[in-house]
Design a protein around this ligand. Structure first.
Ligand code: HEC
Length: 144
């Protein structure tokens, strides 16, 4: 199935692989793309929270929806023990799966509790969000 998908989308897969440093496992790429989306979202919200970008409630709302959706994808995207020589996922994700799930669920709670009612509130919330990223990375992302 995977090779069939790649066969039909060689160019596309190659482009994505370059963006993620030679990763060829499609499931690994998918979860990395979710992480890249987290990074972009955090940057967008951070810029609005700090005042670098103007206050834009509609943009905040849409970005929060994307963040909520991405956070909900973490558990399903990591569930299968898919590996790639270039990935940075710790083995303990799968050997301590229940703990990984509760870390991901805790992150979803952090996201759902973000106060985005003003730029000032957003700045505080983005900082809590960043702590949520770090908590999981510390436990489940290996340094390379
Ligand atoms: C529940 C755990 C968890 C949470 C929460 C989490 N991450 Fe990750 N993140 C990981 C793991 C595990 C990897 C390594 C994945 C791999 O290499 O297969 C990773 C990788 C990444 C990467 C590298 C992606 C790549 O292309 O190699 C970025 C960037 C990233 N995370 C950003 C974030 C940001 C920003 C947040 C918070 C908004 C976040 N992550 C929240 C577990 C998490």
């Amino acid at each position: 199935m995977r090779s069939f998908v790649c066969f039909g989308a060689v160019l596309c897969a190659a482009t994505v692989a370059i963006a993620h440093d030679g990763v060829m496992n499609k499931s690994v790429l998918t979860r990395m793309e979710t992480m890249t989306e987290f990074k972009e979202i955090t940057k967008t919200l951070g810029r609005i929270g700090s005042g670098a970008d103007e206050w834009d409630p509609k943009k905040v709302e849409i970005t929060m929806q994307a963040l909520t959706a991405a956070a909900a994808r973490v558990v399903p995207e990591f569930e299968a023990n898919e590996r790639d020589p270039k990935d940075r996922a710790a083995d303990t994700i799968w050997t301590s799966w229940d703990d990984f799930v509760s870390t991901a669920n805790g992150f979803e709670t952090t996201v759902s509790e973000m106060d985005v009612s003003s730029a000032k509130a957003l700045a505080v919330s983005v900082s809590a969000l960043g702590d949520g990223c770090k908590t999981c990375h510390k436990a489940y992302r290996v340094r390379k």
